[in-house]
Each structure stands twice: as structure tokens, then as C-alpha cells.
Ligand binder design. Structure first.
Ligand code: COA
Length: 430
């Protein structure tokens, strides 16, 4: 379908009734009625399936799923499914994508590298040099042995590619430890289970070669051999906004207290996609934060520069996701999320997540550098406050409207204020 058709589908998208929103999504993504039922939560995750995923299952936990609109990534229009409980994330990212579209801004992405890392640790090494030399001499053999543990992955074109050796001084000052990095291409899997098996499988051979005792064998979530990159370029914007966004980045570069919140804003755009696709968001979070701190000081994972004409934003960080393995293919909604995005492989998913993170960050910085975050966020959060105050379905619209007035007038709203207003509404309508 054409660009015009996509934009037509987005008209009033957040104002139209749920059923129509689903119908438009179905048109664009070719979803059948059964798939729309799954999105509604019907058989979204049957308990029998959930029983296979985790232990001690006593139920399933529903979370709202929306789609981010107006995205054009690498020249392709795309709806992005986001499963998230927080108000204003989807509105903000959609609003920013709309702004980019209106301004003819560009979102481009790529992945850099395809290798995940497994660590085999030798906690105490007498003679590091000779241990490394012995391992180097048998490197090819060890790689082959590693690959023999994951024949399915090798058949798909992946597998162990290299071994790297790192000598680390022990923190307790009692000599050195040797850490062997097993560099592996996991193809479209996130790769944790594959790499852990390779590392444990290589342990006996490594002990035999070095005559040393192996300690831990486990993947590293600091996946700096497999990075996702996204870039936003936009021209013709108000210089005050452009410089404001650049200045906000300077703040994050200078101060870890700000950088943590800056990166949380980036993750507002990433985590909901990981959840919607059944990916391990804890692993990605750990990887992104470790990458942000790799210089020794915690830094923002995005950078924004404005030269008076053009605003350029970049995101670069590990985004180890999978489109096969784990529950990605087993969770009905996760499978549907990939279909909605038209994603074919793990790289494609990582690129969309990187773009969403960067655009989400742009939206937050734009708000912070201009009107502040409270206005937009709290206007949408008013619906939650109205519900928490105990408003019935009939009372909700009126209470939301009243809260919106209060927010404009008093610049703040709270649950207690919502309760007060609800009482007034009730006393005047009964
Ligand atoms: N639901 C979904 N999308 C919404 C929306 C809502 N309730 N409100 C706005 N949008 C999106 C839409 O794409 C809309 O375009 P459309 O109406 O053509 O579909 C676009 O935003 C602009 O709408 P508008 O009504 O002009 O929004 P706004 O300028 O009043 O902005 C926010 C509202 C919330 C988007 C804006 O204040 C914002 O981005 N604030 C920052 C909030 C933030 O960063 N939150 C992150 C967590 S704190």
C-alpha cells in the first residue's frame, strides 16, 4: 500500500473507536479476524501455553498494547506494537514521528556486527601467557568443537567465529584471571541458551588444555559485538528547539543523574517493543546500561547535535533481540507483533527498536526543552487518576475534562484533587 494510504489510515487514529482502529491495522498488516481476537486478549496467552513458559503459573498478566503511528524507518512505513502500562509513551513517540514526517525528517538504521559473547572464566591462572599460548594453538579445534555443540545454528549459517582472550587482574589483588570470550553469530536468535551451552560444553577441553580450573561459563549481556544504530535527521526546525535538544544532551553527558533519566526515556521506546515481541528486556536493559558506562562514567546512549540548520540524533547500543528462540515464536501475541511490523529477522527488529528509542528520546527532549514534560504527560495521565478516584464509565469523560481544566489552570493535578472533583460532580448530578 502507498504512503498516502498509510497516512489516510492514521487520520484520527487515536480518536476513532477501538474496533475501527483494529480494522485499519488489519488492513495495513493483513490481519485475519482470529488474529484480531488475539490482540483483544482472547487466547492471547492460553494458560496451557503459559505453563510451558515459566514455573508455578497461577495466571497470566495482561498489559495494554498499542501501536506507535507515523513511523517511516529506512523508507518503510510501519506500525510499531508497544506493550506498556505507562501513559503518554505511545502518544509522545507517535507525535514525534508525525512531526518528523511533516518536516521531511529521516530515520535510518543499521546493525553493526553480528557476534554475541560467551564468557569462560579461569579464576586463577599461574602462568597467563602460557595458558593463552596453549589455547591459541588449539583455537581452530576449540571453535570446531564449539560448533559441534550447536549443529542447528551452524546449519542456519551461524556458529562460533572466534575466541578472544582477556587477562584481568583479580580485584582481591591475588594474581590474575583469564577470561575467554567465545564470539558467536546467533543468526536470528537472541542466543543466550546457545552460547551458554557452547561455553559449558568447551569447559572440559579448556581445563584439559590449560591444566587450570574453569569457573563461570555464561553469556555476557554487554553485547558490544552486535550493536544497533539509528539516526534521525531533521531540518527547518525552530533553532530554539534544536539548540534546546542539543543542550539537553550536554546535560546528560555531564551528569549521570540526568543520563539515567535520559536513557530511561530512550528505553521507554524500546522496552515496550521487546515486551510485545516476547524478548528478554532485562538482558537488553543490562546491555544498554553497561554499554552506557563503558568509559567509566555513565553516558547517554543517544547524542543530539544542532548546527543552526540541521538536527542530527544518533543512537548506538547493544540490542540483542531474537525473532526465533525463547518465547518469540511460541507466544501468540509476540508472533503477531512481528507480523504487524513486517519484521523478517532479528536485525530488522533491533533496527526498529533502536529507531523507536531514538524518536522517543527526541519527543521527551523536545518537550523538556520547550513546555516541559508535565503538561502532556499529566493530561493523558488524567484518565488514570479519574479511574483511581473511582469514577464510573459514565463519570469518566466529565472528570477527565475537569482535570484537564485544573491542569491548565493550576499546572498540577493529583489523586486527591481528582477525588474532590468527583465528589463535586456527584453532588451536582444527583
Ligand atoms: N493517543 C495517541 N496519540 C496521540 C495522543 C493520544 N491521546 N495525543 C496525541 N497523539 C499523537 C498523535 O499522533 C497526534 O497526531 P494525530 O492526531 O494526527 O494522530 C500527535 O500526537 C499530535 O497530537 P496533538 O493533540 O497535537 O498532541 P500534543 O501536541 O498535544 O502532544 C503529547 C501531546 C502527549 C504527545 C505531547 O505533550 C508530548 O509528547 N509530551 C511528552 C510526553 C512524554 O515524553 N512522555 C513520555 C513519558 S513521561
Amino acid at each position: 500500500m502507498s504512503k498516502e494510504r498509510f497516512e489516510e489510515l492514521l487520520t484520527e487514529f487515536h480518536r476513532i473507536p477501538f474496533e475501527e482502529r483494529q480494522a485499519r491495522l488489519a488492513k495495513w498488516c493483513d490481519l485475519d479476524p482470529q488474529e484480531l481476537q488475539i490482540l483483544k486478549g482472547v487466547n492471547a496467552l492460553p494458560v496451557e501455553t503459559a505453563e510451558h513458559f515459566i514455573e508455578n503459573v497461577v495466571g497470566v498478566f495482561p498489559i495494554p498494547m498499542g501501536v506507535a503511528t507515523y513511523f517511516n524507518i529506512d523508507g518503510r512505513d510501519v506500525f510499531i506494537p508497544m506493550a506498556v502500562e505507562e501513559t503518554s509513551i505511545i502518544a509522545a513517540v507517535s507525535s514525534t514521528a508525525k512531526w518528523l514526517r511533516k518536516m521531511n525528517g529521516k530515520i535510518t538504521t543499521e546493525t553493526r556486527g553480528n557476534l554475541i559473547i560467551g564468557q569462560i572464566q579461569i579464576p586463577r591462572v599461574g602462568d597467563v601467557e602460557s595458558a593463552v599460548q596453549s589455547l591459541m594453538a588449539r583455537k581452530i579445534e576449540l571453535i570446531e568443537q564449539g560448533n559441534s555443540i550447536v549443529p542447528g545454528l551452524v546449519a542456519r549459517g551461524g556458529g562460533v567465529r572466534d575466541l578472544l582472550f582477556r587477562c584481568l587482574p583479580r580485584e582481591d589483588g591475588t594474581g590474575s584471571m583469564l577470561v575467554i570470550h567465545v564470539m558467536c553469530d546467533p543468526c536470528d536468535a537472541m542466543g543466550a541458551n546457545l552460547i551458554n551451552q557452547v561455553c559449558e560444553g568447551l569447559k572440559p577441553e579448556i581445563e584439559a588444555i590449560t591444566n587450570e580450573k574453569v569457573g563461570l561459563c555464561i553469556l555476557s549481556n554487554l553485547v558490544d559485538g552486535k550493536l544497533a544504530y539509528a539516526k534521525v535527521e531533521i531540518e527547518g526546525i525552530d533553532p530554539e528547539v534544536g539548540y534546546g535538544i542539543q543542550e539537553a544532551t550536554q546535560f546528560a553527558k555531564s551528569d549521570p543523574y540526568r543520563a539515567a533519566t535520559h536513557n530511561k526515556g530512550v528505553l521507554n521506546g524500546i522496552d515496550p517493543i521487546l515486551i510485545a515481541t516476547g524478548n528478554d528486556w532485562r538482558a537488553v536493559e543490562a546491555g544498554i546500561h553497561a554499554y552506557a558506562a563503558r568509559s567509566g562514567s555513565y553516558q547517554p546512549v543517544t547524542d543530539w547535535k544542532f548546527d543552526g540548520k540541521k538536527l542530527v540524533g544518533e543512537f548506538l547500543a547493544p540490542l540483542a533481540v531474537g525473532t526465533v528462540g525463547g518465547v518469540t515464536m511460541l507466544h501468540p501475541t509476540a508472533r503477531l507483533s512481528l507480523k504487524i511490523m513486517g519484521v523478517q529477522n532479528a536485525d530488522g527488529l533491533a533496527r526498529i527498536a533502536a529507531a523507536a528509542g531514538l524518536v522517543q528520546n527526541l519527543g521527551a527532549l523536545k518537550a523538556l526543552a520547550t513546555v516541559g514534560i508535565v503538561k502532556g504527560h499529566m493530561r493523558l495521565h488524567a484518565a488514570n487518576l479519574a479511574m483511581a478516584a473511582g469514577a464510573s464509565e459514565d463519570e469518566l469523560p466529565r472528570l477527565k475534562e475537569e482535570l484537564s481544566f485544573v491542569l491548565t489552570r493550576e499546572k498540577r493535578i493529583s489523586l486527591s484533587r481528582a477525588k474532590e472533583i468527583l465528589e463535586v460532580i456527584r453532588s451536582t448530578t444527583h
